[in-house]
Design a protein around this ligand. Structure first.
Ligand code: NDP
Ligand code: ZN
Length: 351
């Protein structure tokens, strides 16, 4: 079969591979909608996970089941399904401990385009099909559905990690597709003011539509200074980080109230360490907490998040700015993701 792969750090191209084999609990799928992710860019061009050779890229797919193992109960060939980017092994100790995304070791629930071939291929393999796949609700727009693979679960996980509560003032750093979903999630969770940080005009427009009350440009000075000014130097209750760089942590700590929480879902692609400012962290006693997390996967989670679309609580299809057709389209979609032109939010490939 044909697939679009990371050939090595900084290099991508089409390759031929054997069709994957189906174990007793697994499924083999063909993609019907695909999307590239900013994470693919970190992985290939920053070499953020280390060297990978001829590894098929992609971890965002809506698929059709073509084969299932003999122990799979709830899926059969022909079913249309949502495939989460993270596909844990549900019978591991990490999963029993509540961190299925790290099943088998740090980040090991992230298999596609990390530990095994991804979804940019004629066929791809899903482990633990009953635990990881979700049926695609009838009539769901494929553009919206495709955002369920990664953008919605990640953006909303940022909101969970920051523990947004009714009336909280929240900063969302980064309003690409992930941060936009954090804005929407913070609004659903009852945030009062939502300060959204970003500059691309169509992202700014959607951020306002999804619930941002204030827009901050990181190009016009330090984010923390701007936020402190807007809040009469009180700072905010919560910060969600969905963009920026290693320095963003320092800015986040500075603009947080004592007792505040930072939820990070940004993929730190470069650098050795992140800096936490000592004094603004209350010389170690400020009760300012930082959690960073990989999105949770799993069928229940996918079904619940899909219900936010079917009930009209979120409108992720509005983030899809570019559409390609046929598997070959992943090459152009990925290069668009790398170049990040001003009018891009998220590209999608329909097959
Ligand atoms: P985008 O590149 O589309 O968006 C990044 C955002 O950050 C933009 O709004 C950009 O502003 C803003 N930004 C850039 N530089 C700065 C800065 N110095 N300070 C503050 N803001 C800045 O990314 P995505 O939304 O696609 O993804 C966001 C992150 O989430 C990526 O790192 C991605 O790898 C990661 N990710 C993590 C996952 C997880 O499970 N934890 C899963 C999926 C993705 P501008 O408007 O100017 O472009
Ligand atoms: Zn991703």
């Amino acid at each position: 079969m044909k697939g679009y792969a990371m050939l090595g750090i900084g290099k991508t191209g089409w390759i031929e591979k054997e069709k994957p084999e189906c174990g007793p609990l697994d499924a083999i799928l063909r993609p019907i909608a695909l999307a590239p992710c900013t994470s693919d860019i970190h992985t290939v061009w920053a070499g953020a996970l280390g060297e990978r050779t001829d590894m098929i890229l992609g971890h965002e797919a809506i698929g059709e089941v073509v084969e299932v193992g003999n122990l799979v109960r709830d899926f059969k060939p022909g079913d249309k399904v949502i495939v989460p980017a993270i596909t844990p092994d549900w019978n591991t100790l990490e999963a029993q401990n509540g961190y299925a995304m790290h099943s088998g070791g740090m980040l090991s629930g992230w298999k596609f385009s990390n530990f095994k071939d991804g979804v940019f291929a004629e066929f791809f393999h899903v482990n633990d099909a009953d635990g990881n796949l979700a049926h695609l609700p009838d009539g769901m727009d494929l553009r919206a559905a495709c955002m369920l693979c990664d953008m919605i679960p990640t953006g909303l996980h940022g909101v969970e990690l920051a523990d947004v509560q009714f009336g909280d003032e929240v900063v969302v750093v980064g309003i690409g597709p992930v941060g936009l979903m954090s804005v929407a999630g913070a609004a659903i969770r009852g945030a009062s003011r939502i300060y959204a940080v970003g500059t691309r005009p169509n992202c700014v427009k959607l951020a306002k539509e999804f619930g941002a009350t204030d827009i901050i440009s990181y190009r016009e000075g330090a984010i923390d200074e701007q936020v402190l000014k807007l809040t009469d130097r009180r700072g905010v209750d919560k910060v969600i980080i969905a963009g920026g760089d290693n320095n963003t942590f320092a800015e986040a700590v500075r603009m947080l109230k004592p007792g505040g929480k930072i939820g990070n879902v940004n993929y730190l692609g470069e650098g050795e360490s992140v800096c936490i400012p000592r004094v603004e962290w209350g010389v170690g006693m400020g009760h300012k907490s930082i959690s960073g997390g990989l999105m949770p996967g799993g069928r229940l989670r996918m079904e619940k998040l899909a219900s936010l679309i079917t009930t009209g609580r979120i409108h992720p299809e509005k983030m899809v700015t570019h559409e390609f057709h046929g598997l070959e389209g992943v090459e152009q979609a990925l290069s668009l993701m790398k170049e990040k032109p001003k009018d891009l939010i998220k590209p999608i490939v329909l097959l």
